[in-house]
Structure formats: C-alpha cells, structure tokens
Design a protein around this ligand. Structure first.
Ligand SMILES: Cc1cc2nc3c(=O)[nH]c(=O)nc-3n(C[C@H](O)[C@H](O)[C@H](O)COP(=O)(O)OP(=O)(O)OC[C@H]3O[C@@H](n4cnc5c(N)ncnc54)[C@H](O)[C@@H]3O)c2cc1C
Length: 299
C-alpha cells in the first residue's frame, strides 16, 4: 500500500526529514542515520531544498540515492526561491527522470541575508502557484506545508487556512505541519481547517528536542514561528538528561496525536537519528507502526 493510500485510509504513516549536508563529515553522519532509519521501515523520507537553489543538485542526487540504494520512498522538497519557471521545469524534469514520484512543493524562505521573500520575475510568489504549475505540467504526487500556529507572514490565521485550502484545490495530496509542541493548538487548527473545507490529511511535524538552544529566541523553533510552551520548558528542565527528556516529551506528544487520529508522524531529524528512533521504538511498544513480518525477519 502506498503511503498516500495509508494517509487516506486511517493507517498512520511514519516519515523522517533530512537536509543535504554542507561538508564531508555531514555526509558520513547522514548515511549512518539513513542506514539506521532504513532498518525501521519508514513509509517515506523527505529531503529539504536549500534557499535559492543552494542544494539543487544535492537534493536531487540524495533523493535518488535514498530511493535506489535504500529502497525507501523518497520525496524531494522544492521551493520557488530564486527560480524562474524554466529552471523549475528543468529541476522537475530531472526529478522525474530519476524516478521520483513525490514533491513537497513550497514557497521557501528568503536566502540568508534577506528578510523578505521576493518572487523571481518569471517565477512564483506562493506555494499554491507552484503546486498548480506542477499539476499542469507533470505527474507528481504533491505534499505541502501548514502552520498550526499560523505562518509568521500570514495576513490572519483565517487567511492562512484559506491558503491551505488553495493548496488543496491546486492539487496538493497531503500537508505536513511546521514543528509544534502544544497538541491542543494542532487540534484547534485541524477543527477550524475542516470547517473551512480542508480535507487534506494533516501530518504532524515533530521535533524531539535535544538541546535548550533549539528553543532559544534565535533557535530553530522560534525562528520558524513555533511557540515554546512553559510546560515544555518545565518538563525538560536544565539538567544533563535533556536528550532523554526530549524523547519522553515527543513520545507523549506523538502518542496523544495518534490517539486523536492524526494520519501521520513526520520527524524533523536534523540529520541525526537517535532521538527520532527512540520515539519510534517507544510508539512501536505502544502498538503503533507495526513492522511487516517480512521486514522484521530480515533485520
Ligand atoms: C513541512 C515543511 C517543509 C519545509 N521545507 C523547506 C525546504 O525544504 N526549504 C526551505 O527553504 N523551506 C522549507 N520550509 C519552510 C518554508 O519554506 C517557509 O515556512 C516559508 O516561509 C513558507 O513556505 P510555504 O510553502 O509554506 O509558503 P506559502 O504557502 O506560499 O505561504 C507563505 C506566506 O504567504 C501567505 N500566502 C500564501 N498564498 C497567499 C495568497 N494567495 N494570498 C495572500 N497570502 C498568501 C501565507 O499565508 C504565508 O504567510 C518548510 C516548511 C514546512 C512546514
């Protein structure tokens, strides 16, 4: 069964996100991580796309290798940043030629040093435009993003949900959330989106916290608009067991989400597997994400 079928029929999916490393050490860590993840039977993995096409070749190569060498369904992220339609057509053609079937279609963040997104004069201003373009010219299945706490540039929370609806109407097949730590925020968003006509499977994007720096004002979470609840900070504490506490928090968070019917859990791995895999194993012990018999035998 494809992961899209699972997302639509109530069988939760398990997926992991990676980014193309900048240096050789990063690549060896990544391949080790990917090997560990492959043995856990993920439904799919995704590979991010660097600002302004900085990882263009690497993203295409990495996605192809994951699919060909590890046999995992791999999805390439693609953004509008700095690209004309012709360049996007070239990239999409190379992904198609490599046998990739899934694209995470995004607007993208402005490149380093720029604060405002500026669309290429022959490109696209919004993810929904990219989605419509891909649907018109190619045969990919498409993922898109959503923001349980509202995208920082959105005109309003309601407008941000209308944007998600537009991505759905333009041809997206499912959506993956920005990192969040407060499940109630996610449930409120999901209910409101449903009332506003969103029927896409809404997959939860989860970060098992491994350091307090990730939660600082200039850390990965707050920079992307993710709220840091006091209850999370209290749970993590300031001791040297932060990694263990982060795993416990993410495990509880995922278990609650699965009990509340989320169609999939997507781990932001930051290219390191231990915490995501520990949460996965804990969820397996709870009875989620059963390993197919054949795969279990070959481990
Ligand atoms: C799952 C996920 C994966 C990501 N992967 C990457 C990656 O690989 N590379 C990368 O650079 N970044 C990535 N990002 C970050 C993302 O690129 C940024 O959050 C970016 O600022 C917005 O991209 P988007 O696709 O959500 O944009 P959009 O959906 O286009 O929205 C951008 C903003 O414009 C507003 N908007 C959209 N359409 C309209 C409209 N028609 N009228 C008025 N307002 C509108 C929205 O409300 C929002 O505020 C990812 C984010 C997520 C959640």
């Amino acid at each position: 069964m494809s992961f899209l079928d699972k997302l639509h029929n109530g069988t939760p999916t398990l997926s992991f996100e990676f980014f193309p490393p900048k240096n050789p050490d990063g690549w060896s860590t990544l391949y080790q991580t990917l090997g560990n993840i492959a043995r856990r039977n993920p439904d799919y993995v995704t590979v991010t796309y660097g600002a302004g096409g900085s990882t263009r070749r690497k993203t295409v190569d990495l996605v192809s290798r994951i699919q060909d060498e590890l046999g995992i369904e791999a999805m390439a992220h693609l953004t509008c940043v700095g690209h004309s339609r012709d360049e996007l057509t070239e990239i999409l053609s190379s992904l198609q030629a490599a046998g990739i079937k899934y694209i995470m279609a995004l607007r993208g963040d402005p490149p380093k040093g720029q604060t405002k997104f500026v669309a290429h004069e022959c490109g696209f201003a919004y993810a929904s435009d990219l989605i419509a373009f891909i649907k018109d010219h190619f045969d990919f299945h498409l993922g898109c993003s959503f923001y349980p706490e509202t995208h920082p540039e959105a005109e309003s929370p309601e407008r941000d949900i209308e944007v998600l609806r537009l991505k759905q109407d333009s041809g997206a097949d499912f959506a993956v959330s920005q990192i969040f730590f407060d499940n109630d925020t996610f449930y409120r968003f999901r209910d409101k989106a449903a009332r506003m006509g969103v029927t896409l499977p809404l997959v939860a994007g989860i970060l098992p916290v491994t350091s307090l720096a990730q939660l600082a004002p200039d850390g990965i979470c707050q920079r992307s608009g993710t709220g840091v609840p006091q209850s999370l900070l209290d749970f993590l504490g300031t001791g040297d067991d932060i990694v263990d506490r982060g795993v416990q928090y993410a495990h509880r968070q995922c278990r609650d989400l699965l009990e509340h019917g989320v169609p999939g859990i997507h781990f932001y791995t930051l290219n390191r597997s231990p915490s995501s895999l520990r949460v996965t194993e804990a969820l397996r012990a709870d009875g989620y994400f059963p390993v197919p018999k054949l795969a279990a035998a070959s481990r």
